[in-house]
Design a protein around this ligand. Structure first.
Ligand code: SAM
Length: 278
């Protein structure tokens, strides 16, 4: 754990965002379930499904908050390894990852495939604290690190990670282009950028319903569950101000990512963007 890294938000937006997440940290998970009727879990599962990480993959989850993406990642990799081991036990032709590691070592290579690790990086220490508490409580702390840091100035060296994720985080960042540059810098060549974010609802009927729900229901839920109307009003406004699917797609390309794609979930309520560092 590296809570020591000092992150002082500079811009007005950054200060406001910091206060919002400091206020809601304790109730953050409950609010997510209440506001999305639990659907945020499916969106996060779909991100993992699209990522399909193999054992050994190193993940950086930026704006990782209370750890939802990192937990899912470690669980996915664990299940994936078990599947591979079961398959290997049934077939003499497919070596298990342990066998592959042993072969690497025997061949004098520096190391076999390393264990997967996930680094959760967030600017807000309160969100990290709640996440770490959750991980420790569930006994899933192994393979995880919690680092306080700003998406616009990541406290990591170049070419470190196989996958960079940011889920419902990038709209909170003041300079999106700067955050994208940082993502590109810390990824290894061949590494993948994946972003889950609220986007633009394409169907006009769904769009009307969604607007009604967002502006009328969400701040009320915020007040009732977290005692905080304003933070949830900010949330709704920040979603409206964020670039739509196509614009964001272009921003990712402009930052220098290759093979950029995006797909909508739930009619565009959320979009998943992906790109590679070459
Ligand atoms: N990724 C988590 C999830 O999907 O549940 C948390 C998302 S939460 C809506 C947004 C998070 O972004 C907050 O934890 C907030 O502290 C973080 N955040 C905002 N600005 C940031 C920045 N500049 N750098 C890193 N994290 C930031």
């Amino acid at each position: 754990t590296h809570f020591g890294y000092e992150t002082v938000p500079e811009s007005e937006k950054a200060k406001k965002v910091y206060k919002v997440f400091e206020n809601v940290a304790q109730k953050y998970d409950t609010m997510n379930d209440a506001m999305s009727l639990g659907i945020h879990r499916l969106w996060k599962d779909m991100l993992l499904h699209a990522m399909h990480p193999q054992p050994g993959v190193q993940l950086l989850d930026v704006a990782g908050g209370t750890g939802d993406i990192a937990f899912r990642f470690l669980e996915y990799v664990r299940a994936q390894r078990e599947r591979q081991e079961r398959r290997a036990a049934l077939s003499t032709q497919t070596p298990s990852w342990r066998q592959v590691a042993a072969d690497y070592a025997a061949a004098g290579a520096e190391a076999g495939p390393p264990e997967s690790r996930a680094v959760v990086c967030d600017i807000n220490k309160e969100m990290l604290r709640v996440g770490k508490q959750k991980a420790d409580g569930a006994g899933i702390g192994a393979g995880l690190s919690w680092v306080a840091g700003d998406a616009e100035e990541l406290p990591f060296g170049d070419d470190q990670f196989d996958v960079y994720t940011i889920a419902f985080g990038i709209r909170n960042v003041t300079r999106i282009d700067q955050a994208l540059q940082e993502a590109l810098r810390v990824l290894k060549p061949g590494g993948r950028f994946m972003c889950l974010e609220f986007s633009k609802v394409t169907n006009p009927v769904l769009s009307r319903l969604y607007d009604e729900y967002s502006f009328k229901v969400i701040p009320v839920l915020g007040e009732v569950i977290a005692g905080d109307w304003k933070s949830y009003q900010y949330l709704v406004e920040s979603i409206r101000k964020f670039p739509d699917q196509e614009e964001f797609h272009h921003l990712i390309e402009d930052a220098g990512f290759c093979c950029v794609t995006h797909q909508n979930f739930t009619g565009g309520v959320v979009a998943l963007h992906s790109g590679f560092k070459l």
